[in-house]
Design a protein around this ligand. Structure first.
Ligand SMILES: C[S@@+](CC[C@H](N)C(=O)[O-])C[C@H]1O[C@@H](n2cnc3c(N)ncnc32)[C@H](O)[C@@H]1O
Length: 408
């Protein structure tokens, strides 16, 4: 798509967000000051209670629905939803670039319709449907669609987990709706040495059930036209969540139509990395791409042992430090490695952890790895070997079973 069209979409989206009363906010301080202007102390306390109840909810969707009903009160919307201003810009503009050619669109879990109304505005000739299970969100969405004069848009209050979805769509948009179980760590890799996940149908099904992913994807897949596309964007940056999400899509016959695009945005001062945005189609379509289960490049410079020898030692600074997935390759590349101490064990939450320290060609290193894809390599000069030993003891001592259960 030409740059001009992208710019047009960005400008139109900013105008649209402004129409909803949203603002770009630079600092947490400014955001909280705005909240204090809008909310009474009692309202703030109620809001926090709802956030907590939603976070802890284990007995069905009522706490989540109550949370979204509360946040859909028109007076609260600008101050609350501005926290996601950057999210709307990043996600909304990318989705809007994919709308061409779609005559029937479904925005599932549309919330108050902030983006749905934008998509409908962008495509006046398409029929757009937004569904959500929060009645107050749908009430506000309908009101705003009317104010915007959007005759091509309708909203339905529907719980995708419980109620039947009718209609057939050539574009289904699911952003931050299918895999909201944020606390769920996903599926561990087979081994601390490996990022790969075994094809374990039971583990996959359990993941899909406990997160609600499967029960949501099935009706959506059923409502997708044979030539249709599905856009999916979820909190699935970590491989442990990304792989089962991709496998769930693949199992329903969907594959990427373009390279998945990682999205990073600011939630005011905090940088948020979500999983990639997927534009998928049925595998019968031409030009589908294979699913990629490799870790994303993490951007950490590779280890060059020879160069480290000329780096001046700094107090409290390692010669080399890598907290990304590429730490594994750097650790494998360490020359003449001699392990001094190591432990591999299963943690209380089921993950396997490996920690070791040793010497490598005149240097000292500490390496940690687990089956949730975390890796950490620190390399220092021998004069500070005691520091590495202390870290090693701290890491193995900080775990409940103190490293006694050695697996390998
Ligand atoms: C985080 S909001 C995302 C809203 C919007 N899609 C976006 O990208 O900003 C998640 C929305 O999904 C809705 N939702 C979650 N599960 C749902 C379900 N099973 N059926 C319908 N809506 C659901 C919630 O009510 C909420 O409004």
């Amino acid at each position: 798509m030409p740059g001009d069209r992208n710019d047009e979409i960005q400008v139109a989206l900013r105008d649209h967000l402004a129409w909803w009363g949203l603002r770009h906010i630079e600092s947490d301080a400014a955001y909280f000051a705005w909240q204090r202007d809008v909310f009474s102390l009692q309202e703030l306390a109620t809001l926090h209670q709802h956030v907590e109840a939603k976070r802890l909810a284990t007995d069905g969707p009522s706490a989540e629905i109550a949370f979204y009903d509360l946040t859909a009160q028109p007076r609260f919307v600008p101050a609350l939803y501005s926290q996601r201003y950057e999210y709307y810009l990043q996600v909304g503009s990318r989705v809007a670039r994919q709308l061409d050619g779609a005559q029937t669109m479904l925005d599932v879990g549309c919330g108050i319709g902030l983006l749905t109304t934008f998509y409908a505005k962008q495509c006046p000739d398409a029929t757009v449907v937004g569904i959500d299970r929060s009645p107050a969100s749908i009430a506000l969405a309908r009101q705003r669609a009317q104010e915007l004069g959007l005759a091509n848009l309708r909203f339905e209050c529907l719980d995708l987990d419980q109620q039947e979805l009718s209609g057939r769509f050539d574009l289904i948009i699911a952003t931050h709706c299918l895999l909201q179980a944020e606390q769920d760590p996903g599926l561990p890799s087979s081994d601390w040495l490996d990022f790969a996940r075994a094809l374990d149908t039971n583990a996959q099904q359990t993941f899909e059930q406990r997160t609600g992913l499967g029960p949501r994807l099935d009706p959506l897949r059923g409502a997708l036209a044979s030539h249709g596309r599905m856009i999916v964007f979820e909190k699935a940056r970590q491989l442990a969540r990304r792989i089962p999400l991709q496998r769930a899509l693949a199992a329903r016959g969907l594959a990427p139509l373009r390279s998945p695009e990682p999205i990073r945005y600011h939630s005011i001062e905090e940088v948020t990395d979500d999983g990639p945005l997927y534009v998928t189609g049925l595998v019968s379509s031409s030009n589908v791409l294979p699913w990629d289960e490799a870790p994303e490049p993490d951007g950490v410079p590779p280890l060059h042992v020879e160069r480290l020898r000329s780096v001046p030692a700094e107090q409290d600074q390692p010669l080399y430090e890598n907290h990304g997935t590429s730490a594994q390759q750097a650790w494998l590349d360490l020359p003449a490695k001699q392990v001094v101490e190591q432990v591999t064990r299963k943690e209380a939450d089921g993950r396997q952890l490996h920690v070791e320290w040793g010497r490598a060609d005149g240097l000292v290193y500490l390496y940690c790895a687990n089956t949730f894809d975390q890796r950490q390599l620190v390399v220092i000069e021998p004069a500070r070997a005691a520091m590495v030993q202390t870290y090693y003891k701290e890491i193995i001592g900080s775990q409940p079973d103190g490293g006694r259960e050695v697996l390998r």
